[in-house]
Design a protein around this ligand. Structure first.
Ligand code: 8X3
Length: 262
């Protein structure tokens, strides 16, 4: 396997969940990190802890990937030695709402499309040229979803954004086929993070119900797969990984043990 020591890894949405778990995994592997999130306080806290524990360098940035101007400014403003990014992890993403489309909230749609699709595109557009200029063995790792393979009721827009992540990954892989750049789309099913709390606008009870009666994946399960793809030898491109809990077959087909019937 490839040594990740000293590589520069850019992670969006690094303040929690899969992004945070990836930060921990790559830090442990000795990589240097650029951690971005809307909450600078949270990423700074994570950075302090990881720097001390693993003796690595970390740059933190406050960034809402929906904001094209902010993406341009943050990436253009990186110190030149930090622009030599080896691995981009497009993790920032969210689901909002589970209403039928005809009852959906347009602001929720904007947040999902602007973050999951446009934000991912903006970062990729800015960072892939650095990989080419710096002649690194670059790697773009997108966090897609099983929701991008099969739609489910109430998920039309979220599922569409993750289908877009799949096709952006496939298209980019073609666009860099003659370059030393790998593109991986990791498509997790149910992962217990703050994903459902965000989807239900902070309703913890509704979020807990999603994972009741099933053992969901945890963020570290996904980080392990991201690390595996990143540390494969440079000639090995893991194009796509789909991972679900054992009792989930597709985005919409889940077996749950009946609990708390009374
Ligand atoms: C998350 C997968 O099925 O919970 O991306 O929407 S699902």
């Amino acid at each position: 396997m490839e040594n990740l020591q000293g590589k520069i890894v850019f992670i969006s949405g690094a303040s929690s969940g899969i992004g945070k778990a990836c930060a921990e995994g790559f830090a442990q592997a000795g990589a240097h990190l650029i951690l971005c999130a809307r909450s600078i306080e949270k990423v700074e806290e994570i950075a302090e802890e990881l720097k001390e524990k693993f003796q690595i360098e970390i740059l933190t940035c406050k960034l809402d990937v929906q904001n094209k101007t902010a993406v341009n400014e943050v990436i253009d403003g990186l110190p030149s030695n930090w622009k030599k990014i080896d691995i981009l992890i497009n993790n920032a993403g969210l689901a909002r709402g589970l209403e039928k489309l005809q009852q959906g909230t347009m602001d929720d749609w904007d947040a999902m499309i602007d973050t999951n699709v446009k934000g991912l595109l903006y970062l990729t557009r800015k960072i892939v040229p650095f990989m080419l200029e710096n002649k690194v063995n670059g790697h773009v790792i997108n966090i897609g979803s099983t929701a991008g393979i099969h739609a489910y009721p109430g998920g039309a827009v979220y599922c569409a954004t993750k289908a877009a992540v799949k096709f952006i990954s496939d298209g980019l892989r073609m666009d860099v086929v003659d370059k030393p750049i790998r593109v991986t789309n990791v498509q997790p099913g149910m992962v217990e993070t703050n994903f459902s709390v965000v989807r239900f606008h902070g309703d913890q009870q509704k979020a807990d119900n999603v994972y009741e009666g099933i053992k969901p994946l945890i963020a570290e399960d996904i980080a392990n797969i991201v690390l595996f793809a990143a540390s494969a030898p440079p000639h090995v491109q893991i194009c796509e990984v789909t991972v679900t809990p054992t009792n989930q077959a597709t985005a919409g087909i889940v077996h749950k043990e009946k609990v708390n019937l009374h």
